[in-house]
Design a protein around this ligand. Structure first.
Ligand code: FE
Length: 234
């Protein structure tokens, strides 16, 4: 399989390109509006046909490039969780759903808690999982807005992601300190919010974070509910 991690420095967001080299079918996960021309060029250079534009959730810190990339690649379908409430999508995904890129399988795992509609995408053949904002490297997504629920996030991470094989590589939606990847085993042992912590301890850590709102919150959420289509004033 082909796998590439891409980065947007302004929002510290990762985008992932995954493809089946045999069929040439590709998926782009969590594209970023400002990086649409970079990703369009890369797709053209590599000669893949873009089948899916996947979102891990409705982001609050950047606008997705899904709509503009769907214009550039009309065969591509936008997919995100039914629970995300974004009716602009072509496919509404549910827990345990399977997406195919040729022979390559992507398994959808519902991992709510950061938002209601958070999904992780697990690729067994590559032994990797893209966790969006459910699980970060030595951290996790915040739970203080957008239907955030720390108890639900704890259940998603410990009950689902931590049950994947230990050697599974973890590719998160963001990193703010230079890490690019981790593993399930590493996060079980060293994630300071989760390792050795009870559900109650996790909830109290998350409720005590007192974070500033993300800088693009008011622009990003409404735009992402339209799959990144910008309208006047937004
Ligand atoms: Fe997020």
């Amino acid at each position: 399989m082909f796998f590439r991690q891409l980065f947007d420095a302004d929002s510290s967001s990762y985008t992932y390109l995954i493809a089946d080299p045999v069929s040439g079918q590709a998926a782009l996960i969590d594209s970023v509006y400002e990086q649409a021309s970079r990703d369009t060029r890369l797709m053209q250079e590599l000669g893949f046909s873009l089948k899916y534009l996947l979102e891990t959730h409705v982001h609050a810190d950047h606008v997705t490039a899904a709509s503009i990339l769907r214009q550039a690649f009309p065969a591509a379908q936008i997919a995100l969780a039914a629970a995300a409430g974004a009716e602009c999508a072509d496919i509404l995904l549910a827990d345990n759903q399977v997406l195919q890129l040729g022979e390559l399988v992507i398994k959808v795992i519902a991992t709510p808690g950061h938002t209601d509609g958070c999904l992780s995408y697990y690729v067994p053949a590559g032994q990797l999982v893209m966790t969006g904002d459910a699980l970060f490297i030595r951290g996790c997504g915040r739970t203080d807005f957008q239907q955030g629920d720390p108890g639900q996030l704890y259940d998603s991470v410990t009950g689902k992601l931590f049950r994947l094989p230990d050697q599974t590589a973890v590719y998160p939606g963001h990193n703010y300190c230079g890490f690019t990847a981790s593993s399930i085993c590493e996060e079980k042992c060293f994630n300071p919010r989760l390792a050795g912590k009870s559900r109650e301890e996790f909830i109290s850590i998350m409720n005590g974070l007192k974070l500033a709102p993300p800088k693009h919150l008011e622009r990003a959420v409404p735009a992402n509910l339209r799959c990144g289509e910008l309208v006047a004033g937004n």
